[in-house]
Design a binder for this molecule. Sequence first.
Ligand SMILES: Cc1ncc(COP(=O)(O)O)c(C=O)c1O
Length: 429
Amino acid sequence: MMDVTPYSCKTKAELAREYEKELAHFEACKAKKLKLNMARGKPATAQLDLVSGLLTVLADPKDCYDGAIDARNYGELAGLPCARAYWADMLACRPEEVFVGGCSSLSLMYDVIARAYSHGLLHSPRPWCREEKVKFLCPSPGYDRHFTITASFGFELVPVAMTPEGPDMDQVESLVKDPSVKGIWCVPKYSNPDGFLYSDETVRRFAKLTPAAPDFTIMWDNAYCVHEFEGEYVPFLDLIALCREAGRPDMVIEFASTSKITFAGGGMSCIAASTDNIDYLMKLFSVQMISYDKVNQLRHVRYLKDKAHTIALMKRQAEIVRPKFHVVFDSLEREIDPLGFSHWNRPTGGYFISFYTLPGTAKRALALCKEAGVTMTGAGAAFPYGIDPEDSNIRIAPSLPPVKELEEAMEVFCTCVKLAALEKMLDPS
Ligand SMILES: Cc1ncc(COP(=O)(O)O)c(C=O)c1O
């Protein structure tokens, strides 16, 4: 029978005994010479196989037309009309508010920030490279690659607390009074890594922001817009329309892709924004390229059809993803929860679980995992500059390994988290 007394209720001698027990378990895990990976949110092979009809959907040259437009030729920088209509359906905005890109939304985000830096955005008084200081708000924990983009241009990353309702809007409303604050990173649905859904109130408060910087931009990364693995599709508000109604139509630029619907890094990405923003960005992008890969856009639209069909497909993806999340939830609930030193959110969509262990022990726990052959996202990765002030947050990405490997990996993970916590409790110095 497992001892489920919280660590805080144990005497030092009892903790020491627990430590010896977990250490023996850790050594046994190590002896298995495992090589397991829960580091990044990659779809599993079974998920990719599920959508591999995409490879043959355009079988004949006659299939390569969107109306009179030949997808194989140059042109239509904003994307094929059918692809713009697809994303407008997906994101509940208008086709003219959509720019369809290549295979990565992250690269579109990078391009927008790079253009802001080199040329400025629609309402910029000057390019951001000519600003004395540029600050960017980073709800934390958040997506490490967002933070890295803005850090790479030398912007100051300003952490904002995350809540189950989204970023702390009191903090956001106060910080945007500073004219050097030029934008914020947001993942409004199944936030990476916590899996939180921004509440309607949070979204409405975003639309009503009155930032000091005229070119303040909400980078609205809707990467997980249809990515429920449990329950029914959850609709979300169209921030583009809300900003328009609130009199700041150009304050938001939204992004999405099919990276976790079809092929990761081989899907179809888009920007959605006001038509003025789209026109402005197109002018800048037209210097860089003639047009994106419209054959890929066309085969995606032919394969995915529309939002209703995509959601039906995501239900099938969910059948593969859900058991893996359950392995993690069950392990944490069984092995860690009763011990009383940690907490986590139980998301119903997205790709991650954000686990908060005993403060001051996340790095140590992950070093132990590595020693035992389990690779995780680095501790602190979800915070600006890779520094978690509490050294507590660990991002778990369960999608890639098969269930059996995941069970093994979670056994190692739970042991390492306990060991690191026990070390700290026995020697808090
Ligand atoms: C929040 C978020 N945005 C963007 C991406 C990457 O998207 P893409 O493959 O379209 O560049 C990821 C991948 O994990 C993500 O978690």
